[in-house]
Design a protein around this ligand. Structure first.
Ligand code: ADP
Ligand code: ADP
Ligand code: MG
Length: 446
């Protein structure tokens, strides 16, 4: 591969550019009119403006992006996460334009992108899924019937959902009609698709996901788990590996299951299989994310494997050069997502100018970010600013490093969730490793 266009912005665009540089691959940034001074534009070898600030006219504008790729003669496009990363249409147009889409094939994205349909595929293979509708549901009556069968509470979810949006828990029959209409409407607005499905609401579960990599020659391996149970509004904010509830036996079982699921659809590239794990350590398939994930660095720091480079190599038709038994799990790693938002005002996004910035560093701290002093955070995009990744030989050491990194961090000019994250990592239940997805609701009066 000679030249890659990065169809994204922010820290993930920077992360990808860095991997390309180390591999001697030329990089092309794309940017919207408000992103002229963004770090990914400065770091790339070339940069092309692809439209106005609104995502729909720039980072989601397939026509402009393909045109840009053709003009600069890019061999491949890396979609990062968010934006077009899970668009099977975009992947298909890349394929038809003879530009390598760095990810699975459009066919595979299509198979897994609809979460309700993906569950059917997994269930039919005899693998565990959360009880619920087989595919989407079309009426309140149908939803009510299924809810009676599986028992309340239930959860309604957008089939095309992502980022924790388009999800409602329903505790009784009375609440169901309104929730049905709200989720349908929300999915239409957020994902331009009003298909929804229903499943049993698993109480106090852990969100445990397995990273897999698959090449074009049928080799599939897993790189262990990430525990992403610390969530606010179904959106992850702290992730760690290993999970305090996953022992070697469970890791092997869940890893094998994830590899099987990838095999079912002829998966190639990087991917993550998300599971919910209940109190009795039963695990259930939830969805598969067919892209690099926000929290991928914790797996990199634990295994020493550069996931973005692996992803690029696989796209260049290379074989995975390691076997399952070669994957070594060494450190304990925790990630915190620093967002520009105000916890005191219902986490309202807080865009603006970064007037002062001091980044933590030192032994065991990795920072993935695209902000710098003087940079203006536009209001048009995701509010994630910095990922702090803390690595220690034990969990306590990783927590201690994260704590002091958060103490060192200074971001002046915008509000952030730094103090909120600090409260979490100091919380005694968190320190004991005793928590589940309800942790934030239970411990914080927000
Ligand atoms: P992960 O599973 O990697 O944690 P998330 O579901 O949190 O992924 O979403 C990945 C990132 O992309 C998040 O920062 C989210 O806010 C962002 N994102 C999701 N959908 C979109 C979109 N349509 N446009 C822009 N950003 C998006
Ligand atoms: P997204 O596509 O937005 O990532 P997911 O289906 O992965 O949506 O769910 C996001 C989060 O919502 C999960 O990590 C979990 O905390 C919660 N959740 C989803 N489905 C269930 C369920 N059936 N029971 C309990 N919690 C759930
Ligand atoms: Mg998910």
């Amino acid at each position: 591969m000679y030249k890659i266009l990065i169809a994204n912005r922010g820290e993930i665009a920077v992360r990808i550019i860095r991997a390309c540089k180390e591999m001697n691959i030329r990089t092309v940034a794309i940017y919207s009119e408000v992103d002229k001074k963004a770090l990914h534009v400065k770091l790339a070898d070339e940069a092309v403006c692809i439209g106005p600030a609104e995502s729909s006219k720039s980072y989601l504008n397939i026509k402009s992006i393909i045109e840009a790729a053709n003009i600069v003669k890019a061999d491949a496009i890396h979609p990062g996460f968010g934006f077009l990363s899970e668009s099977s249409l975009f992947a298909k147009i890349c394929e038809e334009s003879n530009i390598k889409f760095i990810g699975p094939t459009s066919k595979v994205i299509d198979l897994l992108g609809n979460k309700a349909n993906a569950k059917i595929t997994v269930k039919n293979a005899g693998l565990p899924v959360i009880p619920g509708s087989e595919g989407s549901i079309s009426s309140i009556k149908e939803a009510t019937n299924i809810a009676e069968k599986i028992g309340y509470p239930v959860i309604l979810k957008a089939s095309s959902g992502g980022g924790g949006k388009g999800i409602r828990i329903v505790y009784s029959k009375k609440e169901l009609p309104q929730a049905f209409n709200i989720v349908k409407q929300e999915s239409k607005i957020s994902f331009n698709d009003d298909e929804i499905y229903i499943e049993k609401y698993i109480e106090n579960p852990r969100h445990i996901e397995i990273q897999i990599i698959a090449d074009e020659y049928g080799n599939i391996i897993h790189l262990g788990e990430r525990d992403c149970s610390i969530q606010r509004k179904n959106q992850k904010i702290i992730e760690e590996t290993p999970s305090t509830i996953v022992d070697d036996k469970l890791r092997e079982k869940m890893g094998k299951c994830a590899v099987k699921i990838a095999g079912l659809v002829g998966y190639t590239s990087l991917g993550t299989v998300e599971f919910l794990v209940d109190k009795d350590k039963n695990f259930y398939f939830m969805e598969m994310n067919t892209r690099i994930q926000v929290e991928h660095p914790i797996t990199e720091e634990r295994t020493g494997i550069d996931l973005v480079k692996e992803q690029i190599r696989i796209s260049a038709h290379e074989k995975i050069n390691l076997k399952q038994k070669d994957v070594l799990f060494n450190n304990h790693v925790i990630e915190c997502r620093i967002n520009a938002e105000n916890p005191l005002k219902d986490f309202k996004p807080s865009p603006g100018i970064i007037k002062g910035l001091y980044m933590p560093g030192g032994n065991g701290i990795r920072i993935d970010t695209a902000i710098y002093e003087g940079y203006t955070i536009p209001h048009n995009y995701d509010s994630m600013l910095i990922k702090i990744i803390a690595k220690g030989s034990t969990r306590n050491e990783a927590i201690a490093k994260m704590k002091r990194a958060l103490e060192e961090l200074v971001v002046d000019g915008v509000e952030t969730n730094k103090e909120f994250l600090y409260e979490i990592i100091k919380n005694p239940s968190f320190i004991r490793g005793e928590f589940d997805t309800s942790f934030i609701n239970k411990n914080f009066d927000l």
